[in-house]
Write a protein that binds this ligand. Sequence first.
Ligand SMILES: *[C@@H]1O[C@H](CO)[C@@H](O)[C@H](O)[C@H]1NC(C)=O
Ligand SMILES: *[C@@H]1O[C@H](CO)[C@@H](O)[C@H](O)[C@H]1NC(C)=O
Ligand SMILES: *[C@@H]1O[C@H](CO)[C@@H](O)[C@H](O)[C@H]1NC(C)=O
Ligand SMILES: *[C@@H]1O[C@H](CO)[C@@H](O)[C@H](O)[C@H]1NC(C)=O
Ligand SMILES: *[C@@H]1O[C@H](CO)[C@@H](O)[C@H](O)[C@H]1NC(C)=O
Ligand SMILES: *[C@@H]1O[C@H](CO)[C@@H](O)[C@H](O)[C@H]1NC(C)=O
Ligand SMILES: *[C@@H]1O[C@H](CO)[C@@H](O)[C@H](O)[C@H]1NC(C)=O
Length: 531
Amino acid sequence: MGPRKIHFFIFLFILFSFEDPLVLARSRNVSLEFPSFNLRNLTLLGDSYLRNGVIGLTRDVTVPSSSSGTVIYNNPIPFFDQESNTTASFSTRFSFSIPGVNENSYGDGLSFFISQDNQTLGSPGGYLGLVNSSQLTKNKFVAIEFDTRLDAHFNDPNDHHIGLDIDSLNSIKTADPILQNIDLKSGDFITAWIDYKNDLRVLKVYMSYSSLKPKKSLLTVHIDLSEYLKGDMYVGFSGSTEGSTELHLVANWSFRISGFLPLSPNSNPHNVSDSSVTITTPVIPISNAANNRRRSLGFGLGVTGPAIFCAFLLAFGYISFRKWQKIERVKSLKAELVTGPKEFSYKELKLATRGFHSSRIIGIGAFGNVYKAFFKSSGTISAVKRSKHSHEGKTEFLAELSIIACLRHKNLIPLQGWCVEKGERPIEREQVSQKMVNLVDWVWGLYGEGKIIEAADSRLNEEFEEEEMRKLLLVGLSCANPDDMGRPTMRRVLQILNGEVEPIAVPRKKPSLTFSCGLALTIEDIVSDCD
Ligand SMILES: *[C@@H]1O[C@H](CO)[C@@H](O)[C@H](O)[C@H]1NC(C)=O
Ligand SMILES: *[C@@H]1O[C@H](CO)[C@@H](O)[C@H](O)[C@H]1NC(C)=O
Ligand SMILES: *[C@@H]1O[C@H](CO)[C@@H](O)[C@H](O)[C@H]1NC(C)=O
Ligand SMILES: *[C@@H]1O[C@H](CO)[C@@H](O)[C@H](O)[C@H]1NC(C)=O
Ligand SMILES: *[C@@H]1O[C@H](CO)[C@@H](O)[C@H](O)[C@H]1NC(C)=O
Ligand SMILES: *[C@@H]1O[C@H](CO)[C@@H](O)[C@H](O)[C@H]1NC(C)=O
Ligand SMILES: *[C@@H]1O[C@H](CO)[C@@H](O)[C@H](O)[C@H]1NC(C)=O
């Protein structure tokens, strides 16, 4: 009689149709242009995020934290041309800024990298989000670091330098941008140019506050990179913090490789460009503080706004207060849904969300987290809601889905599909009836019957102060109130537990789901658009 598990997923389509891809096969001069960033063709690893067309590499929170993130261009870049037996030259330009939320809290920095690996989620701290500290020998990369912390471990000269790193964070050569009056920590956008000329075996880095490339390079390294730029490589950025409040933003990026011998007449070089994409999807990064929950709710779905999210919550609310229906209805309901949303497998969703990775969270709600999901097969990006809400059965769930599926509103994103599998607001079998009950419902039920104390864990052998236990359970219930206005603040909870104030009043019967948001969206508003 182990706890049974059910997961519910609701699925929304957010993104826009993708333009015909520009293919770079057969082309040897490759050129990427990101005047601003979009989710297309980029993989975000770790804590990196995209907001308003700007990539953030580390977590955007104002408390000291350890964080690392990486953004990688999805397609490999051919740095070596077999036909001509030559390694490419490359040049890249990007604008970045390193704002510090707290003046005394800088570190660690960011890097532009070229790597054979497209999956490394780098470690925070001195590893710059570039390398995995537990696989040091496996890391193969060429990177330019923009380092804001003195890491004696990696022989850093100071806490303000740039450097060329190959397979290691011990830089081959460093330079201090202050020599050209560039302050990495100013928080202003700085443009960097990195040029490698394979024929001259020289790498140069230029930096400027303006978008005009200076004449004089800041760092010049005479080096033959052909040994490291073998075959297909991935390019991207990484950044990290450790106990600091520094942010790492990249606003735009262009990259090109060139310099292979002349192409045969029938090959057709393309410029790879994303400049035609003007819509960007602001995505909020994961925020780890519980008190950021409201903020995440509000901004979570960025482009479509809080209205949708609230409306969605409302719609989703229908689900939570319906009861068991007959199992036989499942099939017919499924059939009805066939034309619209489709059923996804847990596996598909898991893949599309990188195993429900925290970096994919775009919204945190009382009823579950919303994840950004990328479906390789269709090339679409959707939002997946992983519901924490308990439901008593699949029938009910599907019945509610059919309601949501018919909702059409300009502020509502259409339902794409659902999934009911696997799983974990806490479900147990009731001892007497063997019915599946939700833990909160169960405690609330006991409270309604005036015997909340029975909810205390029997393993405690009743060795507790009854009044204290009652208080604790009531605090628990008030925190689980579906009506967020009925929930106490953390400060209040502490006060209650410290006996400074009385427990918050908890209704005898669990309130049905409500939602509140600044927007006056009524059920009528939504349903009027339905049929
Ligand atoms: C951009 O992404 C789309 C869809 O993910 C893909 O089909 C296309 O090949 C990519 N384009 C480039 C230039 O990488
Ligand atoms: C390719 O070039 C390298 C030197 O750059 C040379 O050692 C090697 O023999 C060449 N390979 C072929 C197949 O020409
Ligand atoms: C990494 O590259 C391999 C092929 O080189 C590809 O199969 C895989 O999907 C890529 N992973 C990501 C996260 O882009
Ligand atoms: C580093 O690699 C190990 C082993 O593959 C993995 O378990 C760990 O999660 C990685 N660390 C990071 C920060 O990705
Ligand atoms: C890149 O973004 C920065 C910051 O927004 C801006 O100052 C710079 O002009 C941009 N560069 C290009 C080429 O768009
Ligand atoms: C590739 O780039 C190099 C250097 O910019 C240039 O000389 C060459 O003509 C380009 N080749 C093609 C086919 O565009
Ligand atoms: C590629 O872009 C460069 C400038 O960015 C332009 O001069 C060149 O003509 C373009 N090549 C092709 C094939 O479109």
